[in-house]
Ligand binder design. Structure first.
Ligand code: MN
Length: 228
């Protein structure tokens, strides 16, 4: 391993507040599938880390906001596991400096940044001997204040058209397109159907006015992209 990457790994571990027993896990967590000659990439660790983030966020919400309605907690959760939130953590850790990816330094997308943070959690989980308590302590102490701020300032309450547009702008520098595909019902009892599409993703939402229908369509596409 070149000295420079050992130095990088040391710096990153300082920032995370965790020191790997087996540095291989950290290296894998930082390797994108596009990277040449990479034996292993981060995909499996990301798959694991995705579930870990879900769990830790819910655990945090239940512990700190036990009196909130479940619907509110669900919205807060959706935001706290979103690409926007997780990539902002990765940005703070300057993950673009450490990732091994082809065409690096030009642009690391927010989707990859979010994945990197998930992979990192997966790597720590495995490296610590699957010690969820340690990971939980680490995650809460590093990001607890920020998660509380999201809830207290209601930063998660963005509407879906805005959320979707921010996501597609950061991923592809493109905006979704909305189109009324059907109007039915009598004059004062109309049902609008609007299609929202971006690239190969599309969904139809319905509502009593265009705005409602657009929101529903945007929500569906947003959820598709979150799982894509
Ligand atoms: Mn992911």
């Amino acid at each position: 391993m070149p000295a420079s990457s050992l130095e990088d790994y040391r710096e990153l571990q300082e920032k995370i507040g965790y020191h790997f027993k087996n540095i291989k896990y950290l290296e894998t967590a930082l390797t994108h599938r596009s990277y040449k000659n990479s034996g292993q990439n981060y995909e499996l660790l990301e798959f694991l880390g995705d579930s870990i983030v879900n769990f830790l966020v819910v655990d945090f919400l239940v512990e700190n906001f036990p009196n909130y309605k479940e619907g509110v907690l669900a919205s807060a959760k959706a935001y706290l596991i979103s690409e926007e939130f997780l990539s902002s953590i990765s940005e703070e850790l300057e993950m673009h400096k450490y990732v091994k990816i082809s065409g690096k330094s030009k642009f690391v997308s927010s989707s990859v940044l979010a994945d990197l943070f998930e992979a990192l959690l997966g790597a720590i989980y495995i490296d610590s001997g699957r010690n969820m308590n340690e990971l939980r302590r680490l995650f809460f102490s590093k990001y607890g204040d920020r998660m509380k701020e999201v809830i207290e300032k209601e930063l998660y309450k963005k509407d879906y058209k805005t959320l979707l547009q921010e996501l597609t702008q950061s991923r592809w520098k493109e905006r979704p397109v909305y189109r009324v595909v059907n109007v039915s019902g009598k004059e004062h009892d109309r049902i609008f159907e609007v299609e929202c599409s971006i690239r190969e993703y599309r969904a139809i939402g319905s509502g009593r006015n265009k705005k409602e229908a657009q929101q529903e369509a945007a929500k569906k596409v947003y959820q598709m992209l979150q799982n894509a």
